[in-house]
Design a protein. Structure first.
Length: 167
């Protein structure tokens, strides 16, 4: 990150030194987070993922309720249960808990992988739209992910509209 900031600072310093050329520099900014939140392609990807993982999420919720019920039963009735019954219930709880944790871990890993795939596709489309806007409006530099930017440089809305139009 420091290297990126240093390179950007050096570039801006070099451009400012050139005087007249810097006055003609056309800079734009794109807010990547807004694209992931507001772009139709990103919203479509989120709904697609939700549909893809809904069944597994419901299964995990069902298992969590089952685990909670077993734990409450054990806490409530452990004193009055026979030793063998208590051990059997504890074993059942332990086995179900391990299975739940394994399925939960696999779910998160699969979801993260798919989210990364879908995000990469959205970014690829956004980058094409940004390049097209940069070429048509003759931008010299378009930045993403900066600490602060003047709203007049923000072209995010144009990128989102271009994505909506399928460009």
């Amino acid at each position: 990150m420091k290297v990126k900031s240093f390179v950007l600072a050096s570039l801006m310093s070099a451009l400012c030194v050139t005087g007249v050329a810097a006055a003609e520099l056309k800079v734009g900014y794109v807010n990547t987070q807004r694209i992931f939140r507001d772009a139709p392609a990103a919203q479509k990807a989120a709904k697609k993922l939700e549909g893809e993982f809904a069944k597994r999420d419901q299964e995990l919720q069902r298992m969590a309720k089952q685990l909670q019920g077993l734990q409450e039963n054990l806490e409530k009735n452990a004193v009055t249960m026979a030793e063998s019954e208590r051990r059997a219930k504890e074993k059942e709880f332990g086995d179900l808990s391990r299975e739940f944790q394994r399925k939960q871990r696999e779910f998160r890993e699969d979801l993260n992988l798919r989210q990364n795939e879908e995000n990469a596709a959205v970014i690829e489309k956004a980058n094409r739209a940004i390049k097209q806007i940069a070429e048509s409006d003759k931008f010299d530099l378009i930045l993403q992910d900066v600490v602060w930017v003047s709203p007049r440089l923000d072209i995010t809305e144009r990128v989102i509209k271009a994505l909506a139009e399928g460009k």
